[in-house]
Design a protein around this ligand. Sequence first.
Ligand code: ADP
Length: 485
Amino acid sequence: MVTTELAPYAKAGGLGDMVSSLAKALALRGHDVRIVCPLYGCVRREDSWTPHETSLVVHLGRREEGYCRRWEGALPGSDVRLYFLEHDGYYGRPEIYSGPWGAHSDNGERFTFLSRAALDLCYALDWMPDVVHAHDWPGGLVPVYLNTVEAHKPLGKAASVFTVHNMKHQGYFDSGILKFAGIPDAAFVPEGLECMGMVNFLKGGLYHATKLTTVSPTYAKEMQTPEFGHGLDPVVRFRAADLVGVLNGIDAEHWGPEVDEYIPAHYNTQDFRGKAVCKKVLQNRLGLAEDPHVIIFAAVARMDSQKGLDLLAEAIPRVMEHMHAQVVVLGMGEQDLEHWFLSLSYQYPGRVGVHIGYDSALAHLVEAGADVFVMPSRFEPCGLNQMYSMRYGTPPIVRATGGLLDTVQSYHEGEGHGTGFVFEEPSVDGLFYTMGWACATYYDRPKAFRQLQINGMKQDFSWRHSAQHYEDVYRWAMEDRSLKV
Ligand code: ADP
């Protein structure tokens, strides 16, 4: 697997969780899984990792031959081999994609280097994988290399699987990047990497991969439409026969109220006392009034228009006026949104608690300590937080889109069915009234609310089924590839 994120070492969103938990699940099924990831400045190095003595030679375009050092280790609790690429010029800075001034201007080179280095590493190890699995736009050149530069070399026999976690981020670069990459101009065509005169990494991956996957069945359909395709929906439709949506699972060893090492008390469906402890600690941590009875709505997300947090920010004054409620927000991203939430926390002290930043331990505490999770996403390829929140007995409010639709069943008032509150319209009203519905259920029908919590906690979101599904996709890709080469 070639990835830019890997939990627990480098994470900006769900990709890092997905890669490490899928890899672990595949290794448990007997596969030899190896992961290549950059050694960013933020990665905490384990004592057990060893640096390789000789540099890895990375065969980019003729003049740009590069070198890096690799560190080898194992994914904690598994046999999965990890290879971290050390290159201070590209990866020494702490952030993965963007710094305080926006996206790094050399992201094209940084992730081209990663893609090429991953393939060169296979030769250096004298290890030929059956399948190379690349993720999102930064991995888009992997299938392109396999079909072009590598086509008549040993690695060209490997099938490629390309997983799209998000169609919005595509990796557009000037065509000069191809010279840097050492990819022939013949690949710079509309049925390949070219998009409006630029190189589009995501498009390259979509065209060249043997098989495509995305992270939920609903998003697999949505990404074929103009509304969700971000301009590449015709390409996805063209490849529709090779595309499957496989729902992400969650890492049950780290996310669950019985096992979580970050939360102050554990609990389960029989005994919720630990949840009350978590609630109290959360209230203290975020400067909220300590009140065991008030409902806490919470959101943890990248602050990006995708996540619809602007709808929440706009709804908060109405929530404060009409509901006895507290709101917790953890996130970072667009500065306007960060400032908006901070100003709400000053406006409603003790009732709105905001933490701007990336804090994994706090994310776990929020899942456990809140009462209702809020995900008003405009689009959501899969989404992990709604699954985490269900596991923690924190029913989610979600918008009916993508993986949210595939994982949350809307609460049915009369019958006690359901695991959360689903709404259709991505609007402030839609969200506000749904928060009102959750509030009424919480205060007026506590037994129904408890049933909702238990229903969610009993869901099986483990990787078992999904890993099996990926195994089928890999086999399918290998059969297809062997027919073509
Ligand atoms: P996406 O991949 O689109 O960001 P997901 O819901 O799939 O959304 O995954 C988000 C992951 O990132 C979750 O594990 C969530 O807890 C984590 N996360 C997002 N923002 C933060 C933050 N500010 N601090 C800690 N964890 C965060």
